[in-house]
Design a protein around this ligand. Sequence first.
Ligand SMILES: Cc1cc2nc3c(=O)[nH]c(=O)nc-3n(C[C@H](O)[C@H](O)[C@H](O)COP(=O)(O)OP(=O)(O)OC[C@H]3O[C@@H](n4cnc5c(N)ncnc54)[C@H](O)[C@@H]3O)c2cc1C
Length: 320
Amino acid sequence: MGTVLIYAEANPDGSLKKATLNAITAGQKVAAAIGAEVHAVALGKDAAALAAAVKDFVKVVHAGSAPQLEHPLAEVVAPAVAGLAEAIGAEYVLGAGTAVGRDVLPRIAARLKAAMASDILSVEGTGADLAFGRPMWAGAVIATVKLSSKVKVLSVRATEFPPAAGGAGGEVKTFAPAAPAVTSSKFVAFKEVKSARPALTEAKVVVAGGRGTKGDFKPIEGLADELGAAVGASRAVCDAGWQPNDLQVGQTGKVVAPALYIAAGISGAIQHVAGMKGSRTIVAVNKDAEAPIFQVADYGLVGDLFKVLPELQAAIKAAR
Ligand SMILES: Cc1cc2nc3c(=O)[nH]c(=O)nc-3n(C[C@H](O)[C@H](O)[C@H](O)COP(=O)(O)OP(=O)(O)OC[C@H]3O[C@@H](n4cnc5c(N)ncnc54)[C@H](O)[C@@H]3O)c2cc1C
């Protein structure tokens, strides 16, 4: 039986990155389509805890511990995953299309001489007809891609697949991870931006502001805090230095799919919409009734965000 291998990504504190569970669901679909088992690879200085966190979701977790794997540098992760994929004869290697996944997976593909489909949205067909939907041109077009190499690599858009359900009761096997012959990058420091708000990619509600805020995010933050939401921003806002880059939503920012996305003072450029159109309910507040954001919004409010958002905040507070 063939194997579909999932790269289990860790958070900086060593816990399992939630997006890995969405990648496992995509892996399960691929495995069902080709008649294969789903395995995972957990890496770290000591990979035992990460392996334990993922084993309930897959048949086998391969735990590779080595000092050089303390931080997920692509240069050290790629040979470890590629070496294991070769050793177990994996047909597919998948991972979440996170910042780390986007760094690591293409290198794994290069090492395995594998074709790669990035940011897949769907798994279609079976056997030799297996194909993948992926966005092109900022999501304006969804391409259907078939890969013809022996081994194939996929990065998965986490928001398009539900998290895998546990209960697989998988087994943990240890292996000695391959190390790169030469390393030209080294980990220096990890500086986390501490915020009392939820993480943008994991929040159930996101309140995002655009250039219409003119840099004043008080109404955005006030409403976000009332709703226990994360704050997001358009690229115009981040490029202007009004908000940090890690709040950017869109093609070149983060892809989010919360239950509720409130876009205020955001025009709805295709590159922004590419990062939030998977949201279950979209609310737009814009003073221009012709703004393109209203084409993707479930609820649209034509008005001044500096008036509408504080009113919304007060109404929600009063309703509690
Ligand atoms: C390769 C590439 C990648 C890109 N990647 C991204 C990306 O990842 N994310 C992203 O966001 N953009 C991205 N962009 C930029 C994108 O094309 C837009 O320029 C950007 O999204 C515009 O941001 P905005 O909507 O905040 O600003 P604007 O387009 O200037 O819109 C501001 C809106 O605010 C409204 N407004 C003004 N005042 C008020 C008020 N008081 N109350 C209510 N509404 C008001 C206006 O009517 C207007 O609709 C990318 C562009 C390129 C070329």
